[in-house]
Ligand binder design. Sequence first.
Ligand code: GTP
Ligand code: MG
Length: 311
Amino acid sequence: MAGPWILNAVPSNINDSDKNIVIKLFDLNLDAPFFEVKHEEALYLNFKFSIPSGIARTGYELLLISVILTEEHTIFNWRKELQNLSEQIKNIPHILEIFSHKNKTSPIIQMKISKIDRFLRQAINKFEEFEGDHPYGQLLFLGIEAVGKSSIIELLRYGTFSPKIRPTLGTQILRAAIEHFQFQIYDVGGQKAIRQTWFKDCHKPDAIIYVVDVSSSETRDFEFKEEFERVIQQYFPTPASFESNHIPILILLNKSDLVEKEKSESLIKKFSQLFNVNQLPMPHSMSLVSVKENIGVLSAFQWLISKKLME
Ligand SMILES: Nc1nc2c(ncn2[C@@H]2O[C@H](COP(=O)(O)OP(=O)(O)OP(=O)(O)O)[C@@H](O)[C@H]2O)c(=O)[nH]1
Ligand SMILES: [Mg+2]
């Protein structure tokens, strides 16, 4: 582990082409302030934020915090951590001074620099503690093909919607961090021919996420219902199976971006009736979400975590 380093200008000892790359990073016009760049073996997690500035024409200066990871460490929720860091840094009075002041040896500047250094080290320590942890629980994602299961998992893992995801052929076991809790994730393939494998790998899930696509034609409703009932029979076989009745089930009605907003309520009503949710014995929740527009997904999982924490 190297660093942290605080740089207040492009370092003079790097060559011109690297210098241009660094400068361009600040010019990237990304909607999300958080962006990842993969370069050779390393993954660069970047978070861009602004601080007020009396000397800049725009009235603000941009700061970039980057974490460079050399292995697959993205299960830690860096997104949240970097956001916290930016808040801590912004709260230091006259923070711009440390980057613009000519006299870097002044005690006040030194004090501010060491404060930022401490915040950065605290974040790294959290990450190292987290790495030693065991997975918090197993999440099983189910649902027929192309409803968006893998896309949801991608959003949880990397914070982005990736339109290029391929159909899942078999069960993928992955890890993801949600709100600083680690989960082992079972992503099954939903195509008809492989649905019989759904329950083979994860015998005791800690939570089930059942996904449907609200934009699909009504002719699929029966299939959504039939497969949902098969899941319930598998994990909650008889009313007496109270032992398993604490496993929460989260029903995600995905692709809400493809339906009119006015239909939201009627869709929730329709699927509540279709799945008979009022009769479900376990903790359950139904949310209308869009992975593409990142709407509702994180709050739905916050509900799930709150259920697990209450056990
Ligand atoms: N418009 C829109 N498209 C989405 C959304 N979520 C997923 N998709 C698209 O739906 C398609 C299927 O997504 P996947 O995540 O592969 O679906 P899956 O449920 O994992 O499918 P299988 O692996 O075959 O079971 C992809 O083209 C996604 O880009 C969403 O919220 N809105
Ligand atoms: Mg998939």
